[in-house]
Design a protein around this ligand. Structure first.
Ligand SMILES: Nc1nc2c(c(=O)[nH]1)N[C@H]1C(S)=C(S)[C@@H](COP(=O)(O)OP(=O)(O)OC[C@H]3O[C@@H](n4cnc5c(=O)[nH]c(N)nc54)[C@H](O)[C@@H]3O)O[C@H]1N2
Ligand SMILES: Nc1nc2c(c(=O)[nH]1)N[C@H]1C(S)=C(S)[C@@H](COP(=O)(O)OP(=O)(O)OC[C@H]3O[C@@H](n4cnc5c(=O)[nH]c(N)nc54)[C@H](O)[C@@H]3O)O[C@H]1N2
Ligand code: SF4
Ligand SMILES: [Mo]
Length: 729
């Protein structure tokens, strides 16, 4: 039985119940005493699809929601998380007061005044003793743009921090680097309509049915009877619906795509005109691909020669072919080059800039794209470069600050920040809107590192997250629906979110918290114009002027709501923005010579190869459409809990299970060099002999993972480590 089947067995009765009684779970019907008197449209706060949700209000407070029917993203559809978005906000786990650890090590409620005093006193003391670099921050792709920009600016320009990174490193870093190197800017080309306009849709390392269910619905609306190629070592829900499921050995994608490139080149199925006009370095790339003979590719990937040729036949020029990738590509020791191998295929077949085409990275978190442009971690606001003096001066002028306050490089990436904590050079950490004590790779080491901090501050909606439990100070934050701002979705659409209810207890919006900290820290004068999210949106717009992501033409939040969101770029002079827009329609990219680059590298062996005592390869990823990451939010909804698997599971092939006398449902142990976790065995041909899969939502999973990183993007390679399984003794 596969995870998908088990899922249907466990959740089928509820689904039927929901269908019979649509009103009971808040799906559509509002109780008589809660008649809404107004509605407001806003964007969902879970995934980067960015669906529009219509929130029904009574006396200004949310009483219900329905998917917005005319929003260009979701066209009236929503997945279970969207439907339950309001409900997860009500929970005894919500952080409602600040908590401070006392001398006995217990977290005690304190008032905001005490919390802020401690925050400033402890962090400033660390900086005075060990230098400003001894305090760092970890940010997020899940706060509104105005907040994550405030955090980045406050920390680096106001509080003197050098190092800060985001959970987007876990997620998008490889795509960002790939786009920057290949196109000259982190600019994904597509609009979601491309899913409906393709003749051929190539999904690589993406389980769209689970992770982006509404995008899968968009695929289902495609009237061109598209061929769907799914490249995934596992038989996922998405692969089950493919025309062609290509099943390479894990992390052999590079060889596969170079092999396809060679076939296309040798048979002359490339777009010579596009290559000549819009790209560079094709000839050298073509020469390189000659190494990838059919025999070699079959050997390295385990993909049959006829499958290889069928795939090549489907993606030749003339067709509208779109390539889409997610974490099966990014979370790899060669994530950047794998993403670029797909970009190369799109470039050489001219599959870019036209409807139904593109080399398209799908992002994960609701505001990963906002974080990429405005978080002030790897890039200065508006996609500017820390190392470029002109860029530093431009941002300093717009913000009205001394350019000397702007660091001359981007600071350390996530894993290097943790290393510096281990070395004792970083001693204070401010974690905002992310839960590294569950989500970061190799928890055994991560927990040890977080334990070494002199002062750990966690700012979260819930006081029960794994990281909040370790904190010296917990700052209670408002969540989605409890504050205003904007998100940018995967297709570069800026959408608005609104406050439609009050945050519990003394919880404050992250925006308010940052303002209070600026005052207490003594740098409020730098942020005197950062008075509200709307005011910050104006500042951020100015930061984008003249950049590929120029949004100076966007008006107010109300304009965004009325337009159904607006995709960047939307420069001031461009007039009324269209509903859909794609990039590179003129074949010009963002490098100085306006040409895209072919970029490639030889495949490298897995950092931790299965063998000996650990003969199996563990893959990890999303488990169900009802579970969100570390589950702090989704476990608060009884509906979502019932739509998810009840306990930790591990998919095992029947062959491996038989050798160990394991049956479906058995509690087994999954063991790596670093740790062991207990899970229920699910016997399934969804994984092959030698491979196992576990959803990432259970806290134990990252006790197993091996901390390897892509050298160019520093993104963790979550999807491959060596394990063994054993019956419980
Ligand atoms: N329900 C739900 N939806 C979500 C999320 C969630 O937590 N829950 N999270 C959101 C976020 S932040 C993200 S980043 C996205 C992630 O969305 P996806 O990337 O689609 O999800 P994953 O399951 O992490 O990984 C996708 C697939 O990669 C495959 N894979 C593993 N190794 C390889 C390999 O070597 N090659 C190839 N080709 N494939 C491989 C896995 O088998 C898996 O099916 O989902 C977003 N949407
Ligand atoms: N093994 C394995 N590990 C993985 C992955 C994998 O595929 N396999 N995927 C990785 C990926 S792609 C990602 S994106 C990460 C996600 O990893 P995390 O970012 O750690 O996961 P979340 O559960 O989304 O954590 C977000 C936190 O922010 C809080 N929060 C939500 N909204 C707000 C707000 O408005 N303000 C504040 N202050 N707090 C808020 C939530 O309660 C939650 O605690 O996990 C990574 N980890
Ligand atoms: S698909 Fe993503 S954005 Fe749409 S409702 Fe579900 S979680 Fe929200
Ligand atoms: Mo992600």
């Amino acid at each position: 039985m596969s995870l998908a089947e088990l899922f249907h067995q466990e959740t089928g009765p509820l689904t039927r119940e929901l269908l019979r009684q649509p009103g009971r779970f808040g799906l559509g019907q509002v109780p008589a005493d809660l008649r809404p008197d107004a509605v407001t449209d806003m964007v969902c706060g879970f995934c980067a699809t960015g669906c529009g949700l219509r929130v029904h209000l009574q006396d200004g407070q949310a009483v219900n929601l329905t998917p917005t029917t005319d929003y260009p993203v979701n066209l009236g559809m929503a997945c279970p998380k969207g439907w339950e978005a309001l409900r997860v906000l009500d929970s005894p786990e919500r952080a409602a007061v600040p908590l401070l650890r006392d001398a006995q090590g217990r977290q005690r409620p304190v008032d905001w005044d005490t919390a802020l005093t401690q925050f400033v006193r402890r962090f400033q003391a660390i900086q005075q003793e060990h230098g400003p670099e001894a305090v760092a921050f970890l940010s997020t792709g899940q706060m509104v743009t105005e907040e994550l920009a405030f955090l980045g600016a406050l920390a680096k320009f106001g509080m003197g921090m050098r190092h800060g990174d985001g959970n987007t490193r876990q997620c998008m870093a490889s795509a960002v680097t790939a786009y920057k190197e290949s196109f000259g800017f982190d600019a994904p080309p597509y609009t979601y309509a491309d899913l409906e306009e393709s003749d051929v849709i190539v999904l690589v390392g993406s389980n769209l049915c689970i992770a982006h269910p509404i995008l899968w619905e968009r695929v289902m609306r495609n009237r061109h009877q598209p061929q769907i190629i799914v490249v995934d070592p596992r038989m996922t829900e998405t692969a089950m619906n493919a025309t062609l499921h290509v099943r390479p050995k894990p992390k052999s994608d590079l060889a596969l795509f170079y092999g396809i490139a060679r076939i296309l080149i040798e048979t002359g199925r490339v777009d010579r005109e596009f290559i000549a006009a819009s790209t560079r370095d094709f000839e050298a790339f073509a020469e390189f691909t000659a190494e990838f003979s059919e025999e070699r590719v079959v050997e390295e990937t385990g993909v049959d020669a006829d499958v290889l040729h069928r795939m090549a036949d489907m993606i030749c020029p003339g067709q509208r072919v779109s390539f889409w990738w997610t974490m099966g590509v990014n979370q790899s020791h060669q994530g950047v080059r794998t993403a670029q191998a797909l970009i190369n295929l799109a470039l050489m077949t001219g599959s870019i800039g036209r409807p139904g085409t593109g080399a398209n990275s799908i992002t994960g978190q609701c505001n990963a794209m906002g974080s990429r442009l405005f978080s002030n971690t790897t890039a200065l606001p508006g996609g500017h470069d820390f190392r470029n003096p002109r860029h530093r001066q431009k941002i300093a002028d717009i913000l009205g600050i001394d350019v000397k306050r702007i660091p001359e490089d981007s600071g350390l990436p996530y894993h290097r920040i943790l290393e510096e904590i281990l070395r004792g050079r970083i001693r204070g950490l401010w974690v905002v809107c992310t839960n590294p004590a569950h989500s970061w790779i190799n928890q055994m080491q991560c927990r040890d590192i977080l334990d070494r901090l002199d002062f750990l501050v966690v700012q979260d909606m819930y006081h029960t997250t794994e990281t909040a439990r370790l904190a010296h100070l917990v700052l209670p934050a408002a969540g989605w629906g409890e504050k205003d701002g904007t998100f940018i979705n995967s297709e570069r659409r800026v959408g608005v979110v609104r406050q439609v209810r009050r945050a519990p207890g003394q919880a404050l919006s992250d925006f308010r918290i940052f303002r209070l900290i600026a005052q207490r820290w003594g740098c409020a004068d730098l942020f005197s114009s950062w008075t509200s999210p709307a005011a910050v949106f104006e500042i951020l717009k100015r930061c984008t002027q003249g950049q590929p992501c120029d949004i100076t033409g966007i008006g107010t939040y109300d304009d965004l709501e009325a337009a159904g969101g607006i995709q960047w770029p939307a420069p001031e002079a461009s007039g009324r923005p269209e509903r859909e827009r794609r990039l590179y329609t003129d074949g010009r990219f963002f490098h100085d010579d306006r040409r895209a680059r072919f970029v490639w590298a030889r495949p490298e062996p897995l950092p931790e190869r299965p063998g000996g005592r650990f003969p199996l390869l563990l893959m990890t990823g999303r488990g169900s459409a009802a579970q969100w990451h570390t589950q702090t939010r989704t476990r608060q909804s009884s509906v979502l809990r019932r739509l998810a698997l009840r306990d930790s599971v591990v998919e095992v092939s029947p062959t491996d299970a038989a050798a160990l006398n394991i049956a479906t449902g058995d509690q087994i142990e999954v063991i790596s060099q670093r740790g062991r976790v207990r899970a229920r065995a699910v016997l399934t041909h969804a994984v092959r002999p030698g491979e196992v899969f576990m959803p990432m939502h259970d806290e134990g999973v990252n006790r197993l993972t091996y901390a390897a990183f892509d050298p160019h993007s520093s993104q963790p390679a979550y999807k491959a480590c060596a394990v063994r399984i054993a019956r419980m003794t």
